[in-house]
Write a protein that binds this ligand. Sequence first.
Ligand SMILES: *Cc1c(COP(=O)(O)O)cnc(C)c1O
Length: 390
Amino acid sequence: MIHSHSSPESLNKIIIDTSALETNFRILQQRVGQDIPVMAMVKADAYGHGMIQAARSFSRAGCTRFAVAEIQEGVVLRQAGIVGQIFVLLGFQDIETHLFFNYDLTPVIFDYQALRLLSQAAVSNKRKIAVHLKVDCGMGRLGFMPAELPTIMARLEDFPGVTLAGIMSHFPMADAPSSLPTLEMYRHFQTACATSNQQGLVFCHIANSGAALYCPETCGDMVRLGISLYGYYPDGAPGKARNKGEKLIPAMSFTTQVIQVKTVPAGTGVSYGHTFISDNETKIAVLPVGYADGFLRALSNKAQVLIKGQRARIIGRVCMNLCMADITDIPGVEPGEPVVILGSQGVETITADEIADWMGTISYEVLCLFGNNNERHFIKSEYCKIIERK
Ligand SMILES: *Cc1c(COP(=O)(O)O)cnc(C)c1O
């Protein structure tokens, strides 16, 4: 492997295949249709994949719309040279108002105070700003209630310099096998849009990955995709199994290496609390991965890893920076042996869905935990070479 840096590297590496990101964007854009733009959700450092690198990959595949949680992330994206629309989902603090103008960011609005601040800034700078309104059509989270919309529309002229460009909402269960609740909620959303869209100028968007994949009637004027761009289905393995089209490609792998191999006799307790006690003589590989690396303690005595292309069980508690794998049935393992925590080795694959099942969570959380707690390396699988490290 050729590295652009000569600084020491962690034994634990997150590998992001940027060609998987590009391919997923192309697959999904084709699936929703070329006339419906795909917005790439790159919040949470692109679900652990690295916000700037992921945004560049999606750009290369034709993406011109991105969304982040907080305004600082939008600034960072612009400074990295990302062009196109950048949505800021979670509002802003008073002193940050100017950043929307200076960095051409698009605010998502869910209260009057934001409208007031943006209007004041627009007027004093002789600028205009286009905003999208967030409406809560059943998520019970951020947004104006639909019943407030007529009042907002009537009051918009009190906020000179601010124009309404879009209305958006979010589905709470678009990943469910039944699309009935989603369709029902979509009808509420359409009603809300009709109230505020008398001239037909306003852009209406609500669909996330689940809706775009399983309930395409709700795609509206744009889809906002996250998990599917990273190669996973919102409902995990069942969604992947059901999928008939081109398969999405997981972009993230997590690798480490064995730092010690030892053989312990029957009756040996392993790790804190001795929650594992060997029945027979057991060969153990000690791995430099623990909950500080996002490999949560909940994986104790549950997870598996790949060594020499075979599955090895994690035995005993996962520690802060260490865990132990049972390699009794895997001959020839020495310190330095490559280990795959997430991804493929030989014919075996461990997916984020499988790890999520062991942890009692969803792939989204696994990707954020692993990706955002370890050194990321970016490869383009066509060439199988490391092109950049961050
Ligand atoms: C994160 C997010 C999405 C994307 O959801 P996925 O299930 O990852 O596709 C869409 N819309 C909003 C408002 C979000 O915060």
